[in-house]
Structure formats: structure tokens, C-alpha cells
Ligand binder design. Structure first.
Ligand SMILES: Cc1ncc(COP(=O)(O)O)c(C=O)c1O
Length: 483
């Protein structure tokens, strides 16, 4: 983080900036040095830059208490300790692969079946993406990625593989839809630049948009990659975060419906980091329809296996169908009500979000508040939000969004009370000193704009100083650590 590595002692890769994490992500620093705590630090910064699913942990904790034998470090489970500690086959425990395959089918509404023999383990979706890039592309080759996209892809797919990512520019005018035209423009540009395109990488449901891809869009993407004979990687790690209609449609569902396509080109990346809220367990999955990719990825997986202790615990948990059904439906309900509370309250002060029905975040539209409709203008507003409103949110530019003024705000990594404080701070900021004032949305927006412009101009000097320093944050940085 921000330090210069010794270029003589270390490799080019180690000293290069391929990981994208050398910039001083100020939002995280602001949070780390002054984290909010209801009692100990009520004026601290609230973390809204972290896509964590913490709303249903009570259910998981109850299950753990009721099933002590599933943890091998308990009196009830210790008899299994030796076997589990010794197991090291990189195929993984078969009970684990069966349970994960079953779970993947369940979170896709039981509409598709996954073959446990195609499940390859990896260290989170992070490891899965890198393995996919190694399997499918040579250094210099590229994947097309619709924008805005998860900033970690720049590290995961590119850093150690030498692969490039080419943005497919999507716009707010049609809700950031991934259109055939946008894909073709990006593909053509790559050809003109003599870059070999090996595939398209989509995230469905989307991080940061919280939207899902509709059937027509999925079909058109499949047709596109099939015609070009390139791969399609579908990151579906937010599959179970869909909390309202329409239902999630997995790429696997499209394939099962019988679309004409070379199945060898299709690969799904999954993990339990978001749907179950277990990013610490580092459970990632590659599910490929291509036998060679399955075999190669499995051999590579030796470099990033999931601990057998974790496999053992999760195979027991995920095989408990009744528990899993309850967890999936309860989690969706809690996400829905948190999303509703957040968007309704924002709406009252004239702030809108992109319409969404999935994910752990909202894509908040603050374009009207930018002094300058540029990335710099966005960063100035972002700093004001961190410094004055004391909320760490993530600017759209860190997701390669083509339009300044969008911000991702996470809402599932905190309790109800903290969420209320966060909302109060936004409302306070808009209405100070009389925050109870309720106005028609148009008027509210004007007031919010006027207030904000005043505040921006008051902190203008500070912004100028910051933006002129040599260590100015790259537009990609604040989110690199955020997930
Ligand atoms: C779209 C997407 N893919 C992959 C990841 C990495 O997930 P994991 O924790 O499983 O490595 C994230 C994390 O935020 C993500 O949002």
C-alpha cells in the first residue's frame, strides 16, 4: 500500500503496479484511522465501501451451535480431525463438491443442475478469475468487460497473467445494458489495435449496479461469443442476493434451454463470499463446460485450494437442505427490506439510485451535484462525502464507469442502527440546520445541490491541494481493496 518496493532485489512483476494497489485509497484510510462505533466513536467514518453480506449471520451462528460435530475442533467433531487434517487430494472432498453443486442449483431456483465433477476449487472468486485467465489466454491477449465493473478484475485477471481487459462501454441512458453494439465496438477497437480478444467477462448480477441481465441480453452475448469463437466467463457470485422480481437467470439456464452454442466456450465463476457472506473462507469455484479447462484448472488449483476443514464444515452446512432453504429466503427478505429502507430514505431527499433488485449495494446517482462533470469533479464530491458526511462510499470511476457522478453505496455490512445513522448524516447534510424540513423532490434536489455547492466551494482549497499532490489517487484505487 503506497510503498515502493526495491526494484533491484525483487522481480519486475513484484515491483510493477499490475496489482493496482499502490495508490493511497483515501476512503479506506479515512475509515481505518477513524472508524465509526456507536458508543466509542459516534463521529467516526461509516464504512459503506465494503460489499459484505452480514444480515443473516444469526441464522448461521445458530446452525453452528446446533451442529457441533461439523467443526472438527469441538468435542463432538474431534474424531474426524485426523482424517480431515491429512486429506490433500486437489479434487476436494466429494461431499463438498456434491454440496456445492447442489447449492449452486438451489440458488438458481432449482432450474439448472450442476455436475459435481465439473467443480474446481479456488481461493475465492479472486483465484478462480486468475486461473481462468491462465487457462484461456496468453500474455497480451484480452477479455472484453462491460462497464462499470468490479475493480478487483484489474488485479485478478491481469496482474500475474499479462492479460489485458478492454472496457465495453455501457451507459446510463439504457440502464447500463450490455448491448451487441457496445460489444462490437470494443471488439473492433481491439482488432484495430492488434489485440487478440479471447473472451468476454460478465458479472451477473452486477457489481456495482445491483442489476441482473435479462434473457435477451444473455442470449445476445452468447450469440456474439459463439460467432467470434471466443470464451464467455460469467461471474455469478451474487446469484443468491437477488431479493425481488424478476428472477435471476443464470447463463446455465440459457444453455439448458438449448441455445446454439459451443459449450466449450462457457465458464462460470462462483464463490461463497457474497451469497453466504463468507469471504474469509476463500471458497471459490470454477464451473466449466469445457473438459480441458476443468482438467487444467484442477491441476492449477493445487496453488489455491480450499482448506479441508472449511470443506468439511461447509459440506455439512450446505447439505442441510432445510437450513439452506431458510437461509436463502430469509437473506433475500432482509436484503430487500434494507434496500427498500435505504432507497426510500434517499428518495425523500431527492437522491435516486439505479433501479436494482440484487447485490449488497445501490448505484447512487449524484450527477446533478457535480461542479464539473469530470472524474476530477467526481473525486471532489467523493472527498466531501468522506470528509464532511463521514461515509466511505466508492466513486464510479473506480469501476471504470464512463459517466462521472455515480457512487456505489454498500448497505448490507452494518446493523440497522448504523444504517440509520448513515441516512441521518446524509439528510443532515442536505437540510442542515433544519433537517426535519420535507420538500417536494425537485425542490429538495435544488436545496441539496445548493447546499452541496456551498460546501464544495468552502472546501475548494483543500480539494485543489489534494488533486495537485503527486500522489493523487488513481481513479481505480479506492475500490481495489473494497470488494
Ligand atoms: C464481481 C466480483 N467478483 C469477484 C470478487 C472476489 O470474490 P472473492 O471474495 O470470492 O474472492 C468480488 C468481490 O467483491 C466481486 O464483487
Amino acid at each position: 500500500m503506497g510503498f515502493l518496493r526495491n526494484q533491484q532485489l525483487l522481480s519486475k512483476m513484484a515491483t510493477g503496479n499490475g496489482h493496482g494497489e499502490n495508490s493511497p485509497f483515501e476512503g479506506w484510510k479515512a475509515y481505518d484511522s477513524n472508524p465509526y462505533h456507536a458508543i466509542k466513536n459516534p463521529d467516526g467514518v461509516i464504512q459503506m465501501g465494503l460489499a459484505e453480506n452480514q444480515l443473516s449471520f444469526d441464522l448461521v451462528e445458530d446452525w453452528i451451535k446446533e451442529n457441533p460435530e461439523s467443526s472438527i475442533c469441538t468435542l463432538k467433531g474431534v474424531s474426524q480431525f485426523k482424517d480431515i487434517a491429512l486429506f490433500q487430494d486437489y479434487h476436494g472432498l466429494s461431499a463438498f463438491r456434491n454440496a456445492v453443486a447442489n447449492f449452486m442449483g438451489k440458488v438458481r431456483g432449482g432450474k439448472v443442475k450442476f455436475n459435481p465433477d465439473r467443480i474446481v476449487m479456488s481461493g475465492g472468486a479472486t483465484g478462480a478469475h486468475e486461473t481462468m485467465a491462465f487457462c484461456l489466454a496468453n500474455p497480451g491477449d484480452a477479455f472484453l468487460v462491460p462497464t462499470p465493473y468490479y475493480a478487483g478484475f484489474d488485479r485478478d485477471l491481469r496482474w500475474r497473467t499479462g492479460v489485458q481487459l478492454i472496457p465495453v462501454v455501457c451507459e446510463s441512458s439504457n440502464g447500463f445494458k450490455v448491448t451487441r453494439d457496445a460489444l462490437e465496438i470494443a471488439y473492433k477497437k481491439a482488432q484495430e489495435d492488434n489485440i487478440k480478444v479471447k473472451g468476454v467477462l460478465i458479472t451477473n448480477p452486477s457489481n456495482p449496479l445491483g442489476t441482473i441481465l435479462d434473457r435477451e441480453t444473455l442470449k445476445s452475448i452468447v450469440s456474439f461469443i459463439n460467432e467470434q469463437n471466443i470464451h464467455l466467463i460469467c461471474d455469478e457470485i451474487y446469484a443468491a442476493t437477488v431479493f425481488s422480481q424478476p428472477d435471476f437467470i443464470s447463463i446455465s439456464e440459457i444453455l439448458e434451454e438449448g441455445i446454439t452454442c459451443n459449450l466449450d466456450l462457457i465458464h462460470v465463476v462462483y464463490s461463497l463470499s457474497k451469497d453466504l457472506g463468507f469471504p474469509g473462507f476463500r471458497v471459490g469455484v470454477i464451473y466449466s463446460y469445457n473438459d480441458d479447462v476443468v482438467n487444467c484448472a484442477r491441476e492449477m488449483s493445487s496453488l489455491g485450494l480450499v482448506s479441508t476443514q472449511t470443506q468439511h464444515l461447509l459440506s455439512a452446512m450446505l447439505s442441510d437442505e432445510q437450513f439452506v432453504d431458510k437461509l436463502i429466503s430469509e437473506s433475500a427478505e432482509r436484503l430487500a427490506s434494507r434496500h427498500k429502507m435505504f432507497t426510500i430514505e434517499l428518495g425523500k431527499v431527492g437522491i435516486s439510485c439505479l433501479k436494482s433488485n440484487a447485490g449488497l449495494f445501490c448505484w447512487m446517482d449524484l450527477r446533478a451535484l457535480l461542479e464539473k462533470k469530470t472524474v476530477e469533479g467526481e473525486m471532489a464530491l467523493w472527498r466531501t462525502i468522506i470528509e464532511k458526511v463521514k461515509l466511505n462510499v466508492s466513486p464510479g470511476s473506480s469501476f471504470h464507469c464512463s459517466e462521472p457522478g455515480w457512487f456505489r453505496v454498500c448497505f448490507a455490512n452494518m446493523d440497522d442502527e448504523t444504517m440509520k445513522v448513515a441516512l441521518d448524516r446524509i439528510i443532515d447534510f442536505v437540510f442542515k440546520p433544519n433537517k426535519k424540513e420535507i420538500m417536494a423532490p425537485k425542490k429538495v434536489q435544488q436545496k441539496w445541490q445548493a447546499n452541496l455547492h456551498l460546501r464544495l466551494s468552502l472546501c475548494g482549497r483543500r480539494h485543489e491541494e489534494v488533486t495537485k499532490t503527486p500522489c493523487t489517487m488513481s481513479p481505480h484505487s479506492p475500490l481495489v481493496r473494497a470488494t
